[in-house]
Write a protein that binds this ligand. Sequence first.
Ligand code: HEM
Length: 404
Amino acid sequence: MSVTQKNLFDRVLDYANRANPYPIYEEMRKQPVVRQDDGRYVVSTFNEVRAALLDPRFSVDPRKGDRKLNRPLVDGQEPAFVRLDPPKHDWLRRQVMSKFTPELVSGLSPRIEEIVLDLLNGRRNESQLDIVEDFAYPLPVTIICEILGVPRADEPRFHEWTERLIKGFDVGQRHNEELRIQANQASEQLNSYMSDLITRIQQQPRDGLLSAIIHGKQLEERISKDDLVRTAVLLLIAGHETTVNLITNSMLTLLRFPEHLERLRQEPESVPNLVEEVLRYEPPVQYVLRNTLTDVTLADVKIPRGSPVALMLASANRDPARYPDPNRFDPARKNIEHLSFGNGIHYCVGAPLARLEAQIALVALARRITHPRLLSDPPPYRASSLLRGPRHLPVSVERVLPIV
Ligand code: HEM
């Protein structure tokens, strides 16, 4: 194995490869499990990534691995439940799931339609759109605020903190002390903002999931304020920072393959499978991180206890052993069952919501925007290699049609 083959993960982290990391993943899959020079293991093939996601010997807790490689983001603090192992993970997740029900999500369709309509009506006289700023960001952020009961007017404040937190998240930035300090400060600001909001909701019930959890009767045991703050911040960030990429990646892909955009315009009922194919082809979360709790052998490679491991979801989704012709974008593909929402006990809580938002958004865009053209390809990307997506997606349009 060549040196460059060994350290391919570092090339994924490199911003120069953000627009197209897929050739690197192809190279990676020649060795399903590889140890990098810095001690991190990288898993890149479908069966192995899925097996690791389902294996309780792989912990999500950053405090359980090599601290140099996987330092916990926020010093001295317990993480949110996405970074906790059972039993506490399961208990906190249950508290959320008891209120974040399938009925709640499916009941949101009319509201999502309404927001989409308002956003597009607001751009009716424009000949140029930024799909991110004008559409893909405001939709999920408005919805997650309404679900949680977070005032939408506070968005400019938590947007800035979230941006700084995500920059500090990036494993590629783990040696950048300045970004790390800023991410810690941003985390404190987010937590303190959420703590004040929760105090107000404790005093005065209101609509939304946070109030339902705080004032709910059937909780097994009361959730502590600190746990609720961390859970609320997790839901707020996960609720929009990923869906923005899904909607934007979808439009980018459809504009690169206009025949599929045309088909969506003609057959809006094809949208669910199209969204699954975008999730497979351009996953908003490119990889997830784990630490081994014990020695584990995977694809004949022994991973020692305490090792940090990157599970490359985006690479698994293009494994030719699982998907015929994996680099082809094919919205009619059967049995997609990608790993973009993870798998096992940490499977994404918001998957049904993200799907619904993207489906409604894409049908509306396909039907109401005439003659859209990409103004820059590739578009400028956000810094993060983990939450990968365009920062802006400028598109010229002939018209944004009035309601159809
Ligand atoms: C396209 C959009 C989304 C993608 C691609 C995505 C992806 C993921 C992935 C890969 C995980 C697993 C993380 C791991 O195993 O380490 C995850 C977990 C999670 N997601 Fe999402 N997500 C999306 C949207 C959402 C939304 C809209 C919400 C909230 C409303 C949400 C809330 C969560 C939460 C709370 C977890 C932690 C689950 C657990 O640890 O049990 N996500 N998501």
